[in-house]
Design a protein around this ligand. Structure first.
Ligand code: FE2
Length: 250
């Protein structure tokens, strides 16, 4: 296939995606699935000291590196955010340099590449950027506890109780084989707990993410070594940002 034909094919795909996005925007309010800091476009504010190397930028961490300690140490946050998350951003910039993708919102890059084996590297990096931004927003210092009433009512309806939801999140975290993510999602009117392997994200599954828990080893190994269940339980009980979940529910 010629380069010209490949370009025309990509341009057609992007034009179709963009047209769909614009149409959806005209017909309905903006989707609430994306956290405020998850969209990494040219307008995102890079972290101080992080050189801008492309149109996609690392969203600011919503708190200090030390804010999640002692549940998640500043050392883990430092490596996780400044090295891993930044690394995914750098990869997206490298793989989109000089292509039409560089001008697209991150969510469009993810949805465009998700089913294309030839674009697996870009999908993985782009989805990891989005998933990590969502993860940081899913946590907060002094989190956990009782969700806001509007969310608690939905959790009670879906799981029977908040504690049952907590147990479902913990079970998913321990059941996920290898690297991946645990999610509280809205599936239409129903709330569910799901898990995704590697970089996979509910964004491509027609689901609305509400919260996520990173269960890649880099998220916990410095603090908990092989004890993933201890990491997951501590995060669920002491760091989950239920207010953020409610804000995503819309
Ligand atoms: Fe991670």
């Amino acid at each position: 296939m010629s380069n010209r034909r490949e370009f025309l094919s990509l341009a057609t795909t992007l034009a179709t995606t963009l047209a769909g996005t614009l149409t959806a925007g005209l017909l309905s309010p903006p989707a609430q699935a994306q956290p405020a800091t998850a969209t990494t476009t040219a307008t995102a504010t890079p972290v101080a000291g992080t050189p801008a190397v492309g149109p996609f930028a690392l969203p600011p961490l919503p708190y200090a590196d030390t804010a999640l300690a002692p549940v998640i140490s500043a050392q883990t946050v430092g490596f996780h955010y400044h090295k891993h998350h930044q690394g995914y951003v750098d990869t997206v910039n490298r793989l989109t340099a000089g292509t039409a993708m560089a001008a697209q919102p991150l969510e469009t890059v993810i949805r465009t590449t998700t089913s294309d084996p030839a674009q697996a590297a870009l999908f993985n990096a782009a989805a990891q950027v989005w998933n990590h931004s969502f993860y940081w927003n899913s946590l907060r210092p002094d989190g956990g506890g009782t969700p806001p009433l509007a969310l608690k009512t939905r959790l009670d309806s879906a799981f029977g109780s908040v504690d049952a939801c907590r147990k479902a999140l913990l079970a998913a975290a321990t059941a996920q084989f290898g690297s991946g993510w645990v999610w509280l999602v809205a599936d239409g009117d129903q709330l569910r707990v799901i898990r995704t392997p590697n970089a996979e994200t509910p964004l491509t599954q027609g689901l609305k993410p509400l919260l996520t828990l990173d269960v890649w080893e880099h998220a916990y190994y410095l603090d908990y070594q092989n004890r993933r269940a201890d990491y997951a339980a501590a995060v669920i009980d002491r760091l989950l940002n239920w207010e953020f979940a409610l804000s995503q529910l819309g």
